[in-house]
Design a protein around this ligand. Structure first.
Ligand SMILES: [Mg+2]
Length: 235
């Protein structure tokens, strides 16, 4: 019997990856003045992935990786005023208003009271807490979990800590790699709602067919109808 609905946050409840894409385009523009047509995106991605184990996910790590990439790609020629701009990009991202995806408020309102609602998100604790507070949704959630990595072990710990049996939970998220595969591996049902931009790192496994126990929706507005079907045993 379904009793808990857990939501990923970034690109599931609110826009996130578009902010990174826009900033990365500005970063590219700055670097192109130093190196012309070098593959700046690939170099930044390499740096980000290499730094994940030290910085974790989030804007601060992304900002440091932009600076490191700029120093390396420019052959240490990047000017201090351009490094300053990269730092300002990061600050602007951290202060950017939280923009909910279409339909999120109505969906949360429809499910609240019927189900225990949770957020399970990864990334920088300070930034994620700030976004949840600024989203205006904080009061609707019974629990918020901010974790370093969304893998099977982490989800198992969360479900154990909240005493949630696998068949009582539905996880909703935009990343097959982080929100779907690790939970279905634990026997938990999941709903994949793709966002129009996916960070390369999250794309791993994204083109695979969904595992048993997973559903796919085009938009979060369709979630309450799917939940009703699941509750009535029709799906
Ligand atoms: Mg997400």
């Amino acid at each position: 019997m379904l009793s808990t609905i857990a939501f990923d946050a970034d690109d599931t409840l609110w826009h996130n990856e578009t902010l990174f894409s826009v900033t990365q385009a500005q970063f590219r523009e700055i670097l192109q003045r130093y190196v012309g047509d070098a593959d700046i995106d690939a170099r930044l991605y390499e740096t980000e992935v290499r730094n994940l184990r030290l910085f974790g996910y989030g804007i601060k790590g992304f900002t440091l990786s932009m600076i490191e990439t700029a120093i390396d790609v420019s052959g240490q020629q990047i000017a201090a005023h351009d490094i300053r701009r990269l730092i300002d990009f990061g600050k602007a991202m951290l202060e950017h208003p939280v923009e909910l995806l279409d339909g999120v408020e109505a969906v949360i309102a429809a499910l609240k009271g019927r189900f225990r609602l949770m957020v399970i998100t990864k990334g920088d604790l300070f930034d994620q807490e700030s976004k949840i507070a600024r989203s205006g949704l904080a009061d609707h959630f019974d629990a918020v979990e901010i974790v370093a990595e969304k893998d099977e072990a982490t989800y198992r710990q969360i479900f154990e800590r909240h005493a949630l049996a696998a068949d009582t939970v539905l996880m909703v998220g935009n990343s097959v790699r982080s929100d779907i595969l690790p939970v279905t591996a634990l026997g938990v049902r999941a709903v994949h709602i793709p966002y129009h931009v996916t960070w390369a790192h999250e794309q791993a496994g994204g083109d695979r067919p969904l595992p048993p126990g997973a559903h796919r929706l085009e938009r979060i507005a369709d979630l309450p109808a799917l939940v009703d079907k699941l509750v009535s045993g029709a799906s």
